[in-house]
Design a protein. Structure first.
Length: 598
């Protein structure tokens, strides 16, 4: 008998099986076309969401039972001769796809290992596409057995294929996404190497998913090689997709000694690849420079971009403001104001308004609130400040300016309250202002009530109350309000006191030499399951040092180190309040001191 050439997995490049179905037609090409046409009609309807009229016949049940057993015995060989003319395999596979995806995986895996019949490659591709989409979009997370079967099927589908097979049938994109989503990092690398080794043509979206995974894995070298492959392959990817991938690479966290040097090397390679940064990528480049304190290069890069008519946005301005605060360069604030005057729409982004207010606060010591108010009233609604008593009704914007009057975000409003409290912390009106704020929160004021859902405003009042002994006790009133239930079920609750809240209150008591009250605050914090952070430990060290208690201060240092926190400048500043330096040095050398009661 002449050998008949069947398309089959694991056999298309290394010869053909010696045994063929007994009912095989004399014209195999005609028969395969007939088989493919019948499959195409049924599979297309199933893939479009229609139910097929396929019953669980005794033949199908028999085959499933046999092949379910074979899928658990790798060394077994199928003993069933398929009658292709009555579509036994096709009907069984379609029934499984429709009714039991797990049995479809087992049946497909078993028949792929068969020697008498193996399904054509295009049918296997259809099945893999259907099954992977099922587990991606229609089912919950696939179990270990399903994922194991999918991995084995993928290897069978890819290993040893010919160049012609690679050109004709691709690996379904949905299958790669599924394996990447639920596989670990080692499996992701193994999958990529498997596909590349077998010269599988990857779709652009598939390559981008691999690139994203490599970025998450911090496999920078693999990611850069893949990016280069994407660019030279002339894929129909949009410029934004490539830029987005570059941004992810440039901002990926890396546990290396010199992350900025690595970022710079990758940027150089990207530019050599011909990538021209868009605004988003340019912002990341500028941010990396500023976070690395390479301020001169950042300003030069910005100037060069402006000379080349580069389009900036509100995020660019925010990054420049961050650089201004980190570098202490007040001139950058003026530069941002010029940017905003050239494009007033930038200031419609309230995040930029908040960033500018924060920068004004830094560069206006002693005059923070008036300077911030002058900018605020040009862009935000004054009514919330007036209701809180933070400005009078006579406050008006500068003549000739058009006020946007945007409703301030809770962060902007919190900044204004904090700055006002700092300026007026010795004022007799502090208690009145807090009562106004608390009443508006209790009334569920549309703009002011959301402020209570975070600890910032409450902390600013506790800090202000703690400056004078006659208002010190009002800090505990703020804490009490934070712990109260809301007056009605539809009203959001206060933010519960945070570690920072308790630390501010304890520092207030230390400031007025009330050691027992401060230690009581630490005890209350511990009772609520909160662990002291670096700020808390430094508060204790500074407080005990102010009281000239060397042993307690050194004990707090020991507790801080035992908790995994390193001594920093704030720790040394606190210890600097101790007058008896020789006693401090002796205590540190001998390691004496009982750990602080936290």
């Amino acid at each position: 008998m002449a050998r008949t050439h069947w398309v089959s997995l694991n056999a298309w490049s290394a010869g053909l099986p010696d045994v063929v179905p007994v009912s095989a037609p004399k014209n195999p090409v005609w028969f395969l076309n007939k088989f493919d046409t019948a499959w195409s009609v049924g599979f297309s309807r199933l893939n479009d969401g229609h139910r097929l009229d396929i019953e669980l016949t005794s033949d199908i049940a028999y085959l499933l039972e046999k092949y379910a057993g074979l899928s658990r015995r790798r060394s077994s060989k199928p003993q069933i001769l398929f009658d292709l003319e009555n579509k036994t395999w096709q009907d069984t596979m379609l029934w499984c796809l429709q009714n039991s995806p797990m049995r479809a995986l087992q049946f497909l895996l078993a028949t792929i290992r068969g020697h008498r019949f193996r399904p054509p490659r295009n049918l296997v591709e259809d099945c893999l596409h259907f099954l992977s989409r099922h587990y991606l979009y229609k089912a919950s997370k696939p179990g270990l057995s399903a994922m194991h079967a999918l991995w084995r099927l993928t290897r069978q589908f890819v290993d040893g294929v010919t160049t012609e097979d690679v050109r004709t049938y691709s690996v379904p994109h949905s299958l790669v996404r599924l394996l990447l989503r639920y596989g670990d990092d080692a499996q992701a690398l193994s999958l990529y190497k498997l596909l590349v080794f077998n010269r599988v043509s990857l779709q652009p979206d598939t390559m981008l998913h691999f690139l994203e995974r490599f970025v998450n894995m911090e496999e920078s070298d693999m990611a850069m090689k893949l990016l280069a492959r994407i660019l030279i392959s002339d894929f129909p990817l949009s410029k934004d997709q490539v830029q987005s991938a570059c941004v992810r690479l440039l901002r990926a966290p890396r546990d290396v000694e010199e992350p900025y040097a690595m970022q710079s090397r990758m940027l150089t390679q990207m530019l050599e690849m011909g990538i021209k940064p868009n605004t988003h990528m340019y912002n990341v480049i500028l941010l990396n420079m500023i976070e690395a304190h390479d301020f001169d290069t950042a300003w030069q890069t910005y100037d060069m971009a402006k000379r080349n008519n580069f389009v900036t946005d509100s995020i660019t301005c925010g990054i420049l403001l961050k650089g201004a605060k980190l570098s202490g360069n007040a001139n950058i604030l003026d530069l941002v104001f010029r940017e905003a005057s050239e494009d007033p729409e930038k200031l419609q982004d309230l995040r930029l308004v908040s960033d500018i207010l924060s920068t004004i606060y830094v560069f206006s010591p002693g005059d923070e609130y008036p300077s911030m108010l002058e900018f605020y009233k040009q862009h935000c609604d004054l009514q919330p400040l007036q209701e809180l008593g933070l400005c009078g009704p006579e406050t008006k914007p500068t003549a000739g300016t058009e006020v946007v009057g945007a409703t301030p975000t809770k962060h902007i409003l919190g900044q204004m309250i904090g700055a006002y409290n700092k300026l007026h912390q010795s004022s007799n009106g502090l208690i009145h202002r807090y009562n106004l704020y608390h009443d508006l929160v209790r009334e569920n004021h549309r703009v002011i009530a959301p402020l209570a859902q975070e600890d910032y405003v409450a902390n600013s009042f506790i800090l202000a109350f703690g400056k004078r002994p006659e208002t010190l006790q009002h800090g505990t009133t703020v804490i009490k309000h934070m712990l109260e239930a809301p007056p009605s079920p539809d009203q959001p609750a206060y933010a519960i006191p945070t570690v920072r809240t308790w630390s501010i209150l304890a520092a207030s008591y230390f400031r007025h030499n009330q050691r027992l009250a401060a230690e009581k605050v630490f005890s209350m914090m511990r009772e609520r399951g909160l662990k002291p952070d670096k700020v808390t430990w430094n508060t204790m060290i500074s407080g005990y040092s102010s009281l000239q208690d060397v042993e307690a201060a050194v004990g707090a240092v020991k507790g801080m180190q035992a908790a995994g926190h390193e001594v920093n400048n704030y720790t040394l500043k606190g210890l600097g309040k101790l007058w008896n330096r020789s006693r401090l040095l002796d205590a540190l050398k001998r390691g004496i001191g009982d750990e602080a009661p936290v």
